[in-house]
Design a protein around this ligand. Structure first.
Ligand code: DHB
Length: 388
């Protein structure tokens, strides 16, 4: 089997890349270890930057997005007795949008299916070959147990931090930070108790009130690493959310509801370079992981593939310049988001160290009282333009 680009991973990065390449007349084959149902249903990101929305709309993926995404002007930042709104539109002229990764994934699956895209789901034994040649290939066993080989001009690893692509790059350099806390994520069938997201610093630990739609709320609680999600009762969850989010303060109330999903996610920063070796390119979580605070992960993956699609198209036409610059160009944004998500994370999560507490409260007062500090947060949160 022959194609122009083999894409490893059918998550949002891989499927969007396949869509962007097709628009440029470049054929691709996508391989994915999970099932289509699993990829479409997994609960991940929820916030899109303006530039992500603009890109998706420009490439014909904006129908449901334009109709269903909820535009937010900013966020609330709070700590006990204080809640402050940061208006990103006033501060930097850009907004953010609530639209779940599950919805983007559905839009991508529908668009690729309508275009006749080949996606092999539930493959095993994926291996990359000859990435230093101009005829690299990917071998795998398909869902029917057949051994297959796809030869291409380039391979793109969109297979996350556990996939085989990153490990195929020799002489890597990487940077890591693990955090001494995790997020307990809760999805509930209840209308959000807030119009925009609430990021709450609290002595018991960070809490976040997010949402997915008018009738579905998303919450996160800072918990110790290794916490078993089954070890919390529903009442314990709602009590902790009420306490940390400030139920009863200034007349604000938290409305509890049916919990439909719970999971604990570890928090980690990771950058692996280079993002390209020979004819193998990495995009999204395959190259970098950010902690969730600040909602950068999906937006960064979208920015990677927005850079990569024109670079691959030019490379296949004989012009290697954008492909040669891909890693360096992408990493500028990667490090900006790595810093920002670290900065938001360390501002909001409590530690055992009372010195940290005072710095956190000082930083919170600063970003909610100084226009300049607030604009810095807003510029990063609402997202730097593609190509930054
Ligand atoms: C969500 C996740 C985040 O990390 C964040 O900063 C905001 C929202 C969410 O999943 O809704």
């Amino acid at each position: 089997e022959r194609t122009q680009v083999v894409i490893v991973g059918a998550g949002p990065a891989g499927m969007l890349l396949s869509h962007l390449l097709a628009a440029d007349g470049v054929d691709s084959v996508v391989v994915e270890t999970r099932s289509e149902e699993y990829v479409a249903a997994r609960i991940r990101a929820g916030i899109l930057e303006q530039s992500s929305v603009d890109l998706l709309t420009e490439v014909g993926l904006g129908d449901r997005l334009t109709r269903d995404a909820d535009k937010h002007r900013g966020i609330y930042l709070q700590w006990p007795e204080e809640r402050h709104h940061l208006d990103f539109v006033d501060l930097v002229g850009r907004a953010v949008y609530v639209y779940g990764q599950t919805e983007i994934q559905k839009d991508l699956i529908d668009a690729r299916r309508a275009a006749g895209q080949v996606v092999h789901y539930e493959v095993t034994d994926t291996a990359l070959h000859d990435i230093e040649s101009d005829r690299p290939s990917v071998t795998f066993t398909d869902s029917e147990g057949r051994a297959r080989t796809v030869v291409a001009d380039a391979i793109v690893g969109c297979d996350g931090s556990f996939g085989p692509s990153r490990a195929a790059i020799p002489a890597r350099e990487s940077w890591d930070r693990t955090y001494p806390y995790s997020w307990f994520g809760i999805l509930a069938d209840v209308a959000p108790s807030t119009d925009e997201l609430i990021y709450a610093w609290h002595p018991d630990g960070f809490a976040l009130h997010s949402m997915r739609s008018e009738s579905v709320s998303r919450f996160y609680l800072q918990v110790p690493n290794g916490t078993d999600p089954a070890s919390w009762s529903d009442d314990q969850i709602w009590d902790a959310l009420a306490a940390r989010l400030g139920h009863g303060q200034n007349g604000w109330t938290l409305q509890p509801g049916q919990i439909t999903d719970r999971s604990v996610l570890p928090m980690r920063s990771h950058v692996s370079t280079p993002m390209r070796h020979g004819r193998l390119f990495l995009a999204g979580d395959a190259a970098h992981i950010v902690p969730p605070t600040g909602a950068k992960g999906l937006n960064l993956a979208i920015a990677d593939v927005a850079l990569l699609a024109p670079a691959l198209t030019a490379l296949l036409k004989g012009d290697p310049r954008l492909a040669d610059g891909y890693s360096e160009t992408a990493l500028r944004r990667v490090w900006r988001c790595t810093h920002f998500s670290w900065w938001m994370t360390t501002m909001l999560h409590t530690t055992e160290d009372p010195f940290d507490t005072q710095l956190q409260l000082s930083q919170l007062r600063w970003v909610t009282s100084s226009q300049h500090a607030a604009a810095g947060l807003a510029e990063n949160y609402a997202g730097l333009p593609i190509g930054f």
